[in-house]
Design a protein around this ligand. Structure first.
Ligand code: GDP
Length: 433
């Protein structure tokens, strides 16, 4: 049975939680493969809303095994808090599988994340300050501590002491902070290790075996394509690889295990923090997107910048991820606008670009070349079949599909499960009059 990858095509916050939820219901394993507790899904658990930042939301389905795979960085304290919060609401977290290869977020990562952002001043990246970037930096520098180290107290302490010597010098001499105490870190972390012990396993082997046994695996990307460390809008990116390629390195599966790569794309675009955003709209339409779409971060509480749909970015995401289909979210948010715009190309440096410009400076200067389509006034939340959407809304979806060159298979028109419309082949190709 092949595995499916699900990723965001924009700067994150595309509504992946909802798409994952729908697909998780049909999966046996739901896997996080990169990032840390900087993702955020708000889920309904035990009758109450719960924010999950690290554990895949698939844990809500008793038949799903949630997996935190090799490419994730794990703050064990946060992980245990999430497990406890789930248990309190009657959801059993004992099925969770945690890779021994995943790297640990350590107290000095949190501290360094804070002080380096302060040091960068107005050039700060706007990180979530959860220590994720510094943990990935140490992984690349080969001085990271891994989840498996928690199960060997002697090795853990040796590695910690070696790293802490350098970290404390940086903290005290460069940033004028107090040094961290190795004894207390070791005590806390080894206690976390005891609690996590039964979850730690070779998740790559687990998933490989599952696929051989015909089980369905969903690999769930956090953040989005444009936040990818290599392929995103560097330096305003995350410190890992959300793109489809990252799902392979981050889970230990080979490329032939995958068939579908689903791109979750919002019917407009949002971006958190600094950096270029060619279709940003600061007028009435942008305000409607922010208010009606409730564009405030789950993890950070920050208000998001909003703008028109950008087909240049979508085509880029199609190419970088090898997308096979699209899951379009939040179409309902655009109801009531007199017209809707789609950016079909950029103009920069006297040239037209249909694909991402090859230099960052061009992207910074890019002006959107828009197509305007008629808007629709009807609210969409009660629609239950794609063909019952207003003609203008269907035309908008059809144009996105055409510009992307990949089929839109689902359209979401509200936060609830039943507010997802399947777009059948017939409906898709019957263009509205
Ligand atoms: P994620 O991290 O990609 O899941 O994105 P967010 O944290 O921004 O979550 C999306 C938010 O939008 C959640 O509060 C969802 O309940 C909500 N949502 C998802 N799909 C839709 C939709 O089609 N319409 C509306 N109005 N809200 C949606």
């Amino acid at each position: 049975m092949p595995a499916t990858i699900l990723i965001g095509t924009q700067w994150g916050d595309e509504g992946k939680g909802k798409a994952t939820d729908l697909l998780a219901a049909r999966s046996d394993f739901v896997v996080r493969y990169q990032g840390g507790n900087n993702a955020g899904h708000t889920v309904l658990a035990g009758g109450r809303l719960l924010k999950l930042h690290l554990i895949p939301s698939g844990i809500l389905y008793p038949s799903v095994t949630p997996v935190i795979a090799d490419g994730v960085v794990v703050d064990p304290k946060v992980l245990l808090e999430e497990m406890d919060a789930l248990a309190e609401r009657g959801i059993d977290p004992s099925r969770l599988a945690l890779s021994g290869n995943a790297h640990l977020i350590m107290p000095y990562h949190l501290e360094l994340d804070k002080v380096t952002e302060r040091f960068l001043g107005k050039h700060k990246l706007g990180t979530t300050r959860r220590g994720i970037g510094p943990a990935y930096a140490d992984k690349a520098a080969r001085i990271g501590l891994r989840v498996q180290d928690l199960t060997d107290p002697k090795i853990f302490r040796e590695k910690l002491d070696l790293v802490l010597k350098e970290k404390n010098l940086v903290l005290t001499r460069v940033y004028n902070r107090l040094p961290l105490d190795g004894d207390s870190i070791a005590r806390d972390y080894l206690r976390y290790g005891e609690r996590l012990g039964t979850h730690i396993t070779d998740t790559g082997a687990l998933l490989y075996g599952a696929l051989r046994a015909g089980r369905r695996v969903l690999l769930e990307g956090a953040q989005g394509t444009l936040l990818d460390l290599d392929h995103g809008t560097y330096p305003f990116v995350t410190s890992s690889n959300p793109v489809a390629g990252g799902a392979l390195t981050g889970s230990g599966l080979g490329p032939k295990e995958i068939d579908d790569v689903i791109g979750v794309t919002k019917a407009y675009v949002t971006r958190v923090g600094s950096g270029p955003f060619p279709t940003e709209d600061v007028s009435t339409a942008g305000r409607q997107m922010r208010e009606k779409g409730r564009e405030v971060g789950t993890t950070t509480g920050r208000s998001r910048r909003c703008g028109w749909f950008d087909a240049v970015l979508l085509r880029y995401a199609v190419r970088i991820n090898g997308l096979t289909e699209l899951f379009l979210t939040k179409l309902d948010v655009l109801s009531g606008l007199p017209q809707v715009r789609i950016c079909a190309a950029y103009r920069a440096g006297g040239r037209r670009y249909e694909d991402m410009p090859p230099h960052q400076t061009l992207f910074h200067k890019a002006e959107a070349v828009y197509e305007s389509l008629p808007g629709w006034q009807e609210e969409l939340e009660d629609v239950r079949r794609f063909q019952d959407l207003p003609g203008a809304a269907r035309a908008y979806v059809a144009r996105i599909e055409e510009l992307a060159g990949v089929p839109v298979r689902h359209v979401s028109i509200g936060p609830d499960r039943e507010q997802t419309l399947e777009v059948g082949k017939v409906a898709r190709h019957r263009r509205p009059a």
